[in-house]
Design a protein around this ligand. Structure first.
Ligand SMILES: NC(=O)c1ccc[n+]([C@@H]2O[C@H](COP(=O)([O-])OP(=O)(O)OC[C@H]3O[C@@H](n4cnc5c(N)ncnc54)[C@H](O)[C@@H]3O)[C@@H](O)[C@H]2O)c1
Length: 357
């Protein structure tokens, strides 16, 4: 089997993940790794070169693909350097910090005739794929609302993620994944408007909370909420919460966790014109929010999906040799970046922003 020979630029958290992943796949050979901090190369696996500089990696004729895994503010320059050296490129997300940067990268990669894509492997997350399967099958009828949320409890962001100049902040970090998932679930639909609240709750420079409302022209409102400072006293049991909820006119699907636990829930008949029953709560009596009559609520299991992050690199291999399309297309990453710019504008002005018409 012909292998794709990869050079990894950046051997931090994600560089190590790529080293482990690609070492496990017979389609790939890691030729070498560079990092501006030589200490980061000390634990490079045996048999893999440790370059003295990125330039050395880009000049190595044994490298087919440069995998750029460095701080976000350096994606632009390194992608351009790799392209000019004739390397095909996989860049970590967010592909760039601005649309101008990305347009420049696209121009140069096209001029140099190199392949260019982005590592958005969270399109393969099991929780997301499960909800996408529910959506694609129309299992809850006409969908009006999809909410995707992620809450972290440890109250901290780490390393360079707290600096604007390095491309820090949660919109750039997890926001790109969550927005990409939502847009890909609603494939074919336009985002007509966006309203967002983006905050620096405890970080001085960068966002650590956002709530985003996306109106799609297919009738769905997508909501994405993330916070790194939603504290809990359940530390030790649970460090984060990941939730999805999808409302349709024939049911609701909910899911909790990255290893999803949830159900599709329906009613045996629509609850119109039933006689109101009174339920007493701590906040007084209610009819609308009491329990439903016996037997009315029906549940179904969520669909089983078969998905793994390594599928990203299997697709990359097949696409590299022209047998498939790349899973992540640059115009899709551009749309996510454009939406993030509208999100920031909405947060700044407090207005809903018209997006696609
Ligand atoms: N797809 C994902 O799920 C995912 C997850 C985590 C991080 N990432 C992305 O991966 C990238 C790296 O993040 P990380 O968490 O690994 O950061 P990190 O700080 O752990 O590692 C970055 C490494 O890059 C090195 N570096 C910085 N500038 C360099 C340069 N100019 N040349 C060579 N080396 C350089 C640093 O010394 C460090 O070792 C970011 O773009 C981040 O958004 C993606």
């Amino acid at each position: 089997m012909k292998k794709i020979r990869v050079g990894i630029v950046g051997h931090g958290f994600m560089g190590h993940e790529h080293e482990t992943m690609l070492s496990s796949l017979e389609q790939y050979e890691i030729v070498g790794i560079s990092d501006k901090d030589p200490a980061q190369l000390e634990d490079v696996k045996p048999g893999i070169k440790r370059y003295g500089s990125n330039e050395e990696l880009f000049a190595d004729p044994d490298v087919d693909v440069a995998l750029i895994v460095v701080n976000n503010n350096q994606h632009h320059d390194l992608v351009i350097q790799a392209a000019r050296a004739g390397k095909d490129i996989i860049c970590e997300k967010p592909v760039a910090m601005t649309l101008d940067e990305l347009d420049d990268m696209v121009k140069v990669t096209e001029e140099c005739g190199v392949k260019f894509t982005v590592h958005h492997q969270r399109r393969l997350d099991k929780d997301f794929r499960t909800m996408k399967a529910v959506y694609d099958a129309g299992s809850v009828g006409d969908v009006y609302s999809v909410k995707s949320s992620l809450y972290g409890f440890n109250g901290n962001m780490h390393d360079w993620h707290v600096y604007i100049s390095e491309g820090g902040g949660m919109l750039f970090d997890w926001g790109v994944h969550l927005i990409d998932q939502m847009l890909w679930m609603m494939q074919g639909a336009k985002v007509t408007s966006v309203f967002a609240d983006v905050r620096n709750v405890i970080n001085f420079e960068v966002d650590d909370y956002f709530k985003i409302l996306l109106r799609f022209d297919n009738g769905v409102t997508g909501e994405i909420e993330l916070g790194t400072y939603f504290l809990t006293d359940k530390i030790g049991e649970k460090w984060f919460e990941r939730h999805w909820i999808m409302g349709g006119n024939k049911g609701t699907a909910y899911l909790d966790g990255f290893d999803p636990v949830g159900k599709i829930v329906r009613t045996s008949h629509l609850l119109t014109n039933v006689r109101g029953t009174r339920t007493m709560t701590a906040a007084g009596p209610t009819r609308s929010f009491g329990p439903p009559a016996e037997g009315v609520i029906l549940t179904e299991d969520l669909p089983e999906v078969n998905t793994e992050h390594k599928d990203y690199f299997i697709n990359y291999y097949n696409a590299y040799f022209g047998e498939e399309e790349f899973m992540i297309k640059i115009p899709e990453t551009r749309r996510v970046l454009a939406l993030m710019e509208a999100i920031r504008e909405s947060a700044r002005t407090g207005d809903a922003i018209k997006f696609e018409s």
